[in-house]
Design a binder for this molecule. Structure first.
Ligand SMILES: [Zn+2]
Length: 461
């Protein structure tokens, strides 16, 4: 009898633990989303729409209240006709061949012998100019952090920004939302090494740039939302967001052989993990509500998550935390095998890691901080849309870089589904603990990198 009472006390004291995740269900979801039939789920595309219907039906299967959030957009395609771009330094002129040029789709530009300003990425950050030349050449790494600088340049007179030394190509299509602020400036790059070297070396450049107006088409894309209502009469108005993007890079018709970028690990795996987590969490009936969201357009610049933040379906102050999932399937990290472990970006930015660590203990999984990647990767996925408005966030993944990242070889057969079931269980448990805890998640006040996020959070409450 004593023993029975003792066991009873133990079970009352310890938190509940979610059941095991189903590896076969995960494989089933990933293999459909990453099949060639869905043509790489580009934003927008027919494959993306089919994926959204499928995810909504899976949300219904696991008992969520499902809905779509539809974003209207215009898709602009570059106009290659009449393209003429050349740069002159004294006696030397270099023309950019159209087939090595990449530029953003926008309004017509016609400049002849225009003045050129050269800036480094560091100079752009502390820019104090009130006027600038019509063409600006910027040398240095790109990334979302440069956007405010580009915006400022467009406001003080820049018509064209030429980027030099950026590894990522620019998309030849631009998606615009009516309510989305973006720089009214044409971004230009070249894959021609000689032209790029000339732009880097020249001190006093003049530019002639003739680029036609982009064509424009009305399109739509959807976030898929599933809600699990909380069990506590008060706390059910607070929401934990468990999210993952469902889009990928689409097809490249000019590629030889395989043309489909399947995006199995990036990020059909994350979507499968949120669906399976929903099934597991629902059984434990957490106090707070959990909102599961599959985002469109992450690969085109966090479009779906930024859209949700601009059009929140519940007030932002009722969003307790965003746990975003990426790459939960493959264990063959570029740095060696990652088995039985999960990474968190911005590990010490918020108190999310404490619940994830407890979940790791309860489900026998290591929760780790990658000393080099954890903080910089905080800006690399959809969780980064939530931080600037104050909502504590992180992205959880098994690997950072992996061999087929953004390649056609990211196929469903390469995923370790037994490991994926274990990490999905830990994710479900961590999300349950965040949703069930008496206290809310907070930003870490000791971490200087969270200053802007803490200020935004203070404005919400
Ligand atoms: Zn991704």
């Amino acid at each position: 009898m004593k023993l029975v009472i003792g066991l009873l006390c133990l079970s009352l004291g310890a938190a509940e633990v979610v059941k095991e995740a189903d590896a076969k269900a995960l494989a089933s979801i990933v293999s459909f989303l990453a099949s060639d039939a869905l043509e790489g789920r580009d934003t927008p595309s027919a494959g993306l729409t089919i994926a959204s219907e499928y995810i909504a039906s899976e949300f219904r299967r696991v008992g969520l209240e499902d809905s779509f959030q539809t974003a209207k957009m215009s898709l602009r395609k570059v106009n290659r006709q009449g393209f003429e771009v050349s740069f002159t330094d004294g006696a030397k002129t270099v023309a950019l061949p159209v087939d090595t040029a990449l530029w953003s789709a926008g309004a017509m530009v016609e400049l002849s012998g225009a003045a050129v300003k050269k800036l480094t990425a560091a100079e752009l950050r502390d820019l104090a100019l009130t006027e600038v030349e019509p063409v600006v050449v910027i040398e240095g790494p790109g990334g979302p952090g440069m956007q405010p600088g580009w915006m400022k340049l467009s406001q003080i007179g820049a018509k064209v920004i030429v980027l030099v030394g950026i590894p990522m190509p620019l998309a030849q299509q631009t998606i615009e939302f009516e309510d989305q602020p973006r720089p009214n400036v044409l971004m230009l790059r070249t894959a021609d090494k000689d032209a790029e070297a000339f732009l880097k070396a020249s001190a006093s450049l003049k530019a002639t740039i003739k680029i036609g107006e982009a064509s424009s088409k009305a399109e739509e894309a959807r976030n898929v939302i599933g809600i699990l209502r909380g069990s506590d009469p008060k706390l059910k108005d607070e929401y934990v967001l468990l999210t993952a993007h469902y889009d990928h890079l689409g097809v490249r018709p000019n590629d030889a052989g395989d043309k489909v970028y399947n995006g199995a690990n990036d990020n059909a795996s994350g979507v499968a993990s949120i669906i399976e987590s929903a099934r597991l969490i629902a059984e434990l009936k957490p106090k707070r509500s959990v909102m599961f969201v599959a985002f469109f357009g992450e690969e085109r610049g966090l479009l779906g998550s930024r859209y949700l933040v601009r059009h929140p379906i519940v007030p932002l102050k009722q969003m307790v935390a965003n746990v975003n999932l990426e790459q939960t399937g493959r264990t063959d990290s570029s740095e060696g095998p990652n088995v039985g472990m999960l990474n968190l970006t911005g590990y010490h930015f918020t108190t999310i890691h404490k619940h994830m660590e407890d979940a790791g203990k309860a489900t026998d999984l290591k929760i780790v901080k990658h000393e080099k990647f954890s903080d910089p990767y905080f800006q690399a996925s959809d969780n980064a849309a939530f931080a600037p408005v104050g909502v504590p966030s992180t992205t959880v993944s098994v690997t950072y870089a992996f061999p087929d990242y953004h390649q056609k070889g990211d196929e469903w057969e390469k995923i370790d589904y037994a490991n994926m079931a274990k990490v999905t269980r830990a994710i479900a448990q961590g999300t349950f603990l965040i949703a069930d805890a008496p206290e809310r998640i907070v930003w870490n006040a000791e971490e200087p990198k969270t200053k802007a996020f803490r200020e935004a959070a203070a404005k919400l409450h």
